[in-house]
Every structure is written in structure tokens, then in C-alpha cells.
Design a protein around this ligand. Sequence first.
Ligand code: FNR
Length: 380
Amino acid sequence: YEIYLHGMTGAVPRLPTDLTRLEELTAQRLGPGPVGYVAGSAGTGSTADANRAALDRRRIVPRMLRDVHERDLSVEVLSRALPAPLALAPVGVLSIMHPDAEPAAARAAATQGVPYILSSASSTPMEQVAEAMGDGERWFQLYWAKDREVTRSFLNRAKAAGYTALFVTLDTPLLAWRPRDLDQAYLPFLHGVGTANYFTDPAFRAGLAKPVHEDPDAAVMHFVGMFADPAKTWPDLAFLRENWDGPIVLKGILHPDDALRAAEAGVDGVVVSNHGGRQVAGSVAAADALPRVVEAAADRLTVLFDSGIRTGDDIFKALALGAKSVLVGRPYAYGLGLDGQAGVEHVIRCLLAEFDLTLALSGHSRPGTLTADDLIKESA
Ligand code: FNR
């Protein structure tokens, strides 16, 4: 009711409360570069569209007279008590959206008690982001480099800077065919300091013939050649397990057999995700993949979800389909672009307020009681 009460004094929110409008506002205020980077998807955008359609096809079946006057949104994820089932997804190179970049997004997450997952490809070194967050919950996303020493160095740095969980993104062994980036001949990682985690890394620097500042082009080429590795296979995960003590979560799982392999490999969780539709054009929608992965994971893996979450009812649906928590990507990147840290806080607060209301209006007091029985699926 905070927004309505402020409205009595004539104050309206600085950003729309319908987060699907943020893309258009970003296009108007920041222009085609930043909005293209964030909105861009693989191919014709069919996967990103399918993500939304799959969530829309699921409809909530509200229940009545179930005493919802007191509610508790908290969940336990990867052995951490979290105030709500939401985390900020790793989004690289946020300096494209706002000069305050990752530290602003991370601070917003910390003020709202939501975990922040820092991208390997962040425009700010991971130590600086950690400092900006104080004791806020932070997780580190790894693009699994070809070079073992660089990977080991990243893991050691992340550990030392207080990142508690490792998210290993598996769906990006190569960058996909993304027409909006291709048409602008735009490789986000080449944007300024988009590779700060690498350029500040001692193991990465050891592989350069000259220091970064003397030959920045060579440093960028070195980065492009090693940031991902299409030759990796399941047994390679043992290396990460040996070098990381905390929870490991595999991001980008869509097939139930891959969930089984993840469990066999001894990791702690998976994110059912198609990278927001940015990798495989024509891919299964993430929400359509979720139930089968949840079933395969049984109680052996924590299953998280992203790709297409825009509203509180989307969060409700993902949880009813079996996810423990969701991640959100584009909406907060737009929020950052439009209003810095305050814009990201706005996005988090809108999502959680709407989720809380959806929960109550559907007859639930906490996330743990949601099941597939709370949804019906309309035919496509
Ligand atoms: C991403 N995503 C991503 N994922 C990752 O593991 N590392 C990264 O560096 C990035 N970078 C990135 C940049 C941009 C601009 C976007 C939009 C996305 C994917 C991200 O973590 C997440 O999976 C999706 O954004 C989720 O879909 P929605 O919420 O954007 O629909």
C-alpha cells in the first residue's frame, strides 16, 4: 500500500510498476545500443517469446478462505535462509547500462536482502563488487575458461571475496547467433572494461606478452580465445569440485538426463534456464522444461529457474512447477539503466510485492505450499 499512500500526496513512482514497460523506456531514454544489448536474443527471438508464452499458458487456480493474513516469503536455498525466492541473475558488462554498473546492482540486492550473482564478464572486478555489498549474500557465476590456471585463480579470488556459491554457466560454450549484436558488429565483451575480472587477474595477465595497458587489443583477443571452452565434457566437473568447497550450481540445464548427470557429478543444484532466449534459437521454453528437470532431480538437487520472469505471478508459477527460487535478468538491467541503484531496488520491490499479493490472493501464506495443483495449463 506504500505506493497508494504516497499517491495521496501526489507522489507517483519514478519507474512504471509494470516491469514489461521498462524495455520501451530504456529504448527511449538510452537509445539502441544499451537496449539492444539487453533485449537481444538468439535468432528471431523465438526462444525469448516462447519463454513468456510458456509462463502465460500456465494459469493460477486461486483458493479461497484459507487465512492468508500473515505471510512469510522466506525460503531456504543452498542451505542459506533467504527472505524471498528471488536472486539477481548474472548479467555481464553492466557499464553499458549505467556508469555505476555492477556495484550499484549489487548494493540494491544487498539492501533488499536478495542474493546477487556476479557475472564472470562483469565490468567491475569481483573484489570491488564484494566491497560494495558489505555482508549481502553474493554468488559468483563462472564462464569456464579454457585455461585451468585462470579458472583456479577466479575460484580463489571469489572465495577470498566472500562469494559463497558457484554458478557454472554451461549454455555458452560459444556466443550464439544474436542478430541485434551482429548487425551493430557489437561484441559486448569488447566494450571498454567489460572484461575487468580477467584484466585484473594475475593468471590471465601471466598469459599476455605485454601488459594490458600497452597492448589492450592483444589482451582482448586473448580473452576472446579463452573465456569459454566448447571442448568441455561432464568429467571435467571434477576439477571444479576439487577447487571449490561451497555449493556448485549448473546454469542452463533443460534436459532431465542432464539433471541426472548433474546429480551424479555431485553438484548441489541446477538453474533451468535457456539464458533468457539468448543462446539456442528455437529452444524449448524454460518453463516447459522445468517440470521434467524437477522430477529427475527428485530431492538430490536444488532446482532454480530463470528466463522470462517479469511479474510476481511468474514467480508463483515457477515455484508451483517445482523451482525453489527464481532469478531475474533483463528487468533489473533496465532498472539499472534507467535509475541506477534505485532502479534495481524498484524492480526487486515490485516483483516481491506482486508475488506476496499473488500468493495471498491465491490462498497461500508461504512459498513452500505451492504445487502443480495450483496451476492449470492451457493448450498452446
Ligand atoms: C545475460 N545472462 C548471462 N548469464 C550468465 O551466466 N553470465 C552472463 O554474463 C550473462 N550475461 C547476460 C547479459 C544480458 C544483457 C542478459 C539479458 C542476460 C543470462 C542471465 O543470467 C539470465 O539467464 C537471463 O537473463 C534470464 O532471462 P530474463 O530474466 O532476462 O528473461
